[in-house]
Design a protein around this ligand. Sequence first.
Ligand SMILES: NC(=O)c1ccc[n+]([C@@H]2O[C@H](COP(=O)([O-])OP(=O)(O)OC[C@H]3O[C@@H](n4cnc5c(N)ncnc54)[C@H](O)[C@@H]3O)[C@@H](O)[C@H]2O)c1
Length: 384
Amino acid sequence: MDKMEKFFTTRKRFPAFSLCIHIERRNSAVHSHMSLSGKTVLVTGAAGYIGSHTCLQLLKEECKVIAYDNLDNSSFESLERVKRLSGGNGNLMTSIEGDILDGEKLDEVFEANEIFAVIHFAGLKAVGESVSKPLRYYENNINGTVVLLKSMVKAKCKSIIFSSSATVYGEPKTVPCTEEFETSALNPYGKTKLFIEHILTDQHASDNEWNCLILRYFNPVGAHPSGEIGEDPKGIPNNLMPFVQQVAVGRRPELSVFGTDYDTKDGTGRRDYIHVVDLADGHVAALKKIAKENGKCGRIVVNLGTGKSTSVLELVGAFEKAAGKKIPMKMVARRPGDAAEVYAKTDLAYEILGWRAEKTIEECCVDQWNWASKNPYGYSGKED
Ligand SMILES: NC(=O)c1ccc[n+]([C@@H]2O[C@H](COP(=O)([O-])OP(=O)(O)OC[C@H]3O[C@@H](n4cnc5c(N)ncnc54)[C@H](O)[C@@H]3O)[C@@H](O)[C@H]2O)c1
């Protein structure tokens, strides 16, 4: 962790003691002392929310990062900021505007670089849009992954870390969700995640030198403590936290709370919210696993969550405290397909990757508000 991050992370919360606490906690988060220095990593979808935070953590590890993105849902401004935050390692990152559907361009990237592993974030992620435009989702997410894998085969690059999602648990019958749970998908977006998991499983079965690390994220929230990078969704946000953020900065009049009659303490749905920096560290841990096992990881599926759930009202309360303002809310009916409570069993991630999430929901909200108040209209500074 560089000096700047320590400063931003600790300044706000525990002025006197936080520095030591924070250092201790980060050390326990990533156990492996494996060095990634000098390893080249291709990051698809790098300019996006999770990609940009992960690129920053990779630069801190002195990885050479090839940031590949078609800018469909992002801009390179995020990566310019990542360079500035990287404590002098920004020159280790090269940004390429490119599509994962463009096999020739990917082949060129693989020919020009000795790529150790791919972290594959590129994808469309709006559940509602996936219902109205399923073919766009199948083409982009599934075909795009197949094109990427074919380029990897040609280049004999056999290590991939894939962004899957807790959405593959469908409507879980019990919680916490373990990786052995039956999988299903409730919409085309979820189906793309599930199918890509199957593709990676089959690719590994066809050649067991492949390392396919499938990471199932729960609900990523928060932002880098500097407030310089964060989530910048285009259009109406799909997820709770960015919606709350947009209400807080006056971009939307109120938050609709879907369902107040669930069988939970306060009647609202409960989810597992994971800080995006913890999530980014999970990718570093996955990469270290590949490096440590000398490429013999095989196929691994792990949850990346906190193992705790927070209700909608609890999250809004924590955000209101962080922002020092009220979030107007409207209580409305449940949405079909929303389970009462979903959270992760996290033991496997700790056992296999030596990683676990450390940041609290309060920290998520403080960092989210810091990003929102500094960038109320995201990277462009303008209304969509
Ligand atoms: N944010 C979440 O809640 C969440 C939860 C679970 C899984 N995921 C998955 O994690 C990944 C990253 O999510 P995010 O929140 O950072 O989303 P994001 O939209 O911010 O980032 C995705 C990036 O991929 C790029 N992209 C899309 N299609 C591309 C293509 N064909 N070629 C090249 N680049 C392309 C976009 O421009 C964008 O920068 C996605 O695959 C998403 O499905 C996200």
